[in-house]
Ligand binder design. Structure first.
Ligand SMILES: [Mg+2]
Length: 337
């Protein structure tokens, strides 16, 4: 059943999945400038056709970060009899990365797979997007949503253990006091980068993203300088970089790793409980904070999504969202059986 769904999905999307069959993959449509646009399926396919992938480099990287799909049985061996808690990034993990961030839709198959996983495991989506936006994309009720890199958390409506210490029904916004300043910055930014063609501001509520995927490369430097100069005058904010995106965020110590810890506690799992195994799948630099938390526990499943060798502290990997889909279906099936 899983195989059939996967084959159908891959056929529709034109993906290939077998690691043992890598030499037969289609020519690689590779990264633009930062080696971070790593999905053969992402928006960068609109870019130029590059030389074939460094298969040797990827193969040796894969030895250090084994495929969670290809080695599913051995990877999941340690989960027998334990409680697996699932955390998923959105862009580049559940959805392909596309030119227009408003169109990063997830497929119906992926939605069904996440719904299936959420039936058996507590499941949270942790994204840099605003919580409302990511919920609009995912459209599922039975999952936790953490937007703005975990700075805006909400439990599903019927979650049982969803109240924090203040009785906020699973809602948690550690950066709430920053909201007025964030709105000010958003307006200032809009003014500053108005004349840069293709630049796009996304209001993620607790952080502001400046997307430059559609900005001509010659203007990247000036755009970065403009955003940087604005943040420099505001020590209560800091600038981080993702895939073709600059992000202005409150300088509070709160990241996707803190969100993971917060959610584990909220879900009623003690942070150090040995029978709890967090599983986190993500593709970007901000996901490394969550990988770090799992690595420090020395148990769990930090899984990076990447089709190129990449510096990461994740122990396992998945090649692209099509493998994430396959993995999620298999995970649900594993629990069912
Ligand atoms: Mg991502």
């Amino acid at each position: 059943m899983v195989k059939r769904n996967l084959a159908k999905f891959n056929k529709t999307m034109g993906f290939q999945i077998s690691h043992s069959n890598r030499q037969k993959r289609k020519p690689f449509l590779g990264p633009e400038t930062d080696h971070d646009n790593d999905d053969g399926i992402n928006g960068s396919v609109i870019g130029r056709l590059l030389s074939p992938p460094d298969v040797a480099g990827y193969a040796s990287w894969l030895l250090k970060h084994p495929s969670a799909w290809s080695s599913f049985d051995s990877v999941m061996k340690e989960a027998k009899g334990k409680k697996v808690v699932v955390f998923l990034d959105y862009d580049g993990t559940l959805s392909p990365i596309v030119e227009d961030p408003d169109k990063a839709f997830m497929s119906a198959e992926m939605r069904a797979a996440v719904r299936e996983v959420a039936k058996y495991f507590p499941t949270s989506i942790i994204s840099g997007r605003s919580r409302d936006k990511v919920k609009e994309f995912v459209q599922l009720n039975d999952v936790y949503y953490a937007g703005s890199h975990g700075m805006d958390i909400m439990a599903p409506p019927r979650a049982v253990k969803s109240c924090d210490k203040k009785g906020n029904e699973g809602g948690f916004q550690p950066a709430k006091l920053f909201l007025p300043a964030i709105q000010e910055i958003s307006l200032e930014l809009e003014d500053k980068i108005r004349e840069i063609q293709g630049a796009r501001i996304e209001d993620n509520r607790f952080c502001i993203s400046v997307h430059y995927r559609q900005v001509p490369p010659k203007d990247h430097r000036i755009l970065k300088e403009k955003v940087k100069s604005l943040v420099e005058n505001r020590p209560e904010f800091r600038l981080t970089e993702g895939k073709m995106v600059l992000e202005v965020r409150p300088s509070i110590e709160w990241n996707k790793g803190d969100a993971l810890n917060y959610l584990l506690n909220t879900l009623g799992f003690s942070n150090h409980a040995k029978d709890v195994l967090p599983l986190y799948i993500g593709d970007d630099r901000t996901d490394e904070d969550a990988f770090k938390v799992i690595a420090a526990r020395r148990e769990g499943f930090p899984i990076i999504v990447s089709s190129i060798p990449k510096d990461t502290i994740a122990w396992y990997s998945l090649r692209d969202p099509s493998e994430v889909l396959a993995f999620l279906l298999r995970l649900a099936k594993w629990k069912k059986s």
